[in-house]
Write a protein that binds this ligand. Structure first.
Ligand code: ATP
Length: 300
C-alpha cells in the first residue's frame, strides 16, 4: 500500500503546486486529465465559439467555506477586446482564471463563454479555447522544439519555427548550441526569463486560442525585460480580434486596455478605461498614484 500511495501522493503534490502557482497550465491539464479525468455531462457539447465573450454572473466562490473570495461577482468581457483585471493583492485576480479554466467551479452563479454555461460544455473544448501566457514558464526537460510544440502536438517543425519567429525567439534559438534540438528546462541549458517567456508566447501562438490570458508575475521585471515582454504581447495581438485578459500587478502595463476591471473584496469596485478611472478618483486612481510613487518618488 505504501508503495502504491507514494507516487499518487507525489502527483497530488505536483498538482497542488501547479494549481496554486498557475505555473504551466498545459502540463497541469495533462497530469489532471490522465489521473483524475473530470467527467463531462453526458449531453455536453463542444464549446461553440463566436466572438469570445466572457460573462461572470453572480459568481460566489471561496477556497474554504469560511473565507469567500467572490461574492456575487458579475462582469462581462466583450469579445475581441483587451481587458485588464487589477486590484489589491489577494483580491482574486488569478482566481478568475482558475474558475474560467474550471480548476474549480463556483459555489453559486454561472460563467458563460459566448452565452454557453462553461459547466455544460466539454471540458477539453473549453480549455482548447483558452491560452495562457504565464510569466514564469517552467520549461519541460526536453528540447526547444518539443517545448514550443507543446502548444499543439500535431504542429509541423516549420509551424513551430514560424511561431517562434512571430514570438521573436527564433534567432535566439538558432544561436543556442543545438538550435531547436537544445535541451532546456530542469537540468537543461539555462535560458533567461525573457527568453522563456518568448517561448511561452510561441507556444500559445501555435495553439492559436481565441481567448488569451496573460498572468503577470508579482515580481518586478527590469525595464528592458518588461519592454521586451510588452513587445511580444503586442506582436501576438496585432491585427487580431482576440479576447485577451491581463491579470495585472503593474498598472502601467494596462494603460492601453479597452477596459479595466478593478476588483475589491470579492466584487467589481469600478470599471472603465484608464482615463475614465483616473478621472473618477476612486480606487484605481489611488492605486495608480501609489504605484507611481513607489516606482519613482520624483514622478509626482
Ligand atoms: P496577487 O495579486 O497577490 O497575485 P490575486 O488577486 O491573484 O493575488 P488569488 O491568487 O486569486 O489573488 O487569491 C485570492 C485569495 O485566495 C488570496 O487570499 C489567496 O491567499 C487565497 N487562495 C488562493 N489559492 C488558494 C487555495 N488553493 N486555497 C486557499 N486559499 C487560496
Amino acid at each position: 500500500i505504501f508503495q502504491l500511495s507514494l507516487p499518487l501522493n507525489f502527483l497530488g503534490t505536483i498538482y497542488r503546486e501547479l494549481r496554486q502557482n498557475l505555473l504551466d497550465m498545459e502540463v497541469l491539464f495533462r497530469i489532471r486529465e490522465e489521473n483524475t479525468p473530470l467527467q463531462d455531462k453526458p449531453d455536453a457539447l463542444p464549446l461553440a465559439l463566436s466572438r469570445g465573450t466572457i460573462r461572470f454572473e453572480n459568481v460566489s466562490f471561496g477556497y474554504h467555506n469560511d473565507r469567500p473570495i467572490f461574492r456575487n461577482l458579475s462582469f462581462a468581457v466583450p469579445g475581441g477586446k483587451k481587458v485588464a483585471i487589477v486590484g489589491p493583492s489577494g483580491c482574486g485576480k488569478s482566481t478568475v482564471l482558475r474558475l474560467l479554466y474550471r480548476f474549480y467551479d463556483p459555489d453559486s452563479g454561472k460563467i458563460y463563454i459566448d452565452d454557453q454555461d462553461i459547466q455544460e460544455v466539454q471540458l477539453k473544448s473549453l480549455r482548447r479555447a483558452i491560452g495562457v501566457v504565464p510569466q514564469e514558464t517552467p520549461l519541460l526537460h526536453s528540447d526547444v522544439m518539443h517545448n514550443v510544440r507543446y502548444g499543439r502536438l500535431d504542429a509541423s517543425e516549420e509551424e513551430v519555427r514560424e511561431a517562434a519567429r512571430k514570438a521573436n525567439v527564433h534567432d535566439t534559438v538558432m544561436r543556442l548550441p543545438g538550435g531547436y534540438a537544445t535541451k532546456v528546462g530542469e537540468r537543461g541549458l539555462m535560458i533567461s526569463g525573457g527568453e522563456k517567456q518568448r517561448l511561452a508566447v510561441a507556444r500559445v501562438l501555435l495553439k492559436d486560442p481565441p481567448i488569451l490570458f496573460f498572468d503577470e508575475a508579482t515580481s518586478a521585471l527590469d525595464a528592458h525585460t518588461e519592454a521586451d515582454l510588452m513587445r511580444n504581447i503586442n506582436n501576438l495581438l496585432r491585427d487580431q480580434a482576440r479576447t485577451s485578459i491581463f491579470i495585472a500587478h503593474r498598472l502601467r502595463t494596462v494603460v492601453e486596455a479597452d477596459m479595466i476591471i478593478v476588483l475589491k473584496e470579492g466584487q467589481v469596485a469600478e470599471q472603465g478605461t484608464h482615463d475614465e478611472l483616473l478621472q473618477k478618483g476612486g480606487l484605481y486612481h489611488s492605486m495608480w498614484y501609489e504605484q507611481a510613487l513607489a516606482e519613482d518618488p520624483t514622478s509626482i
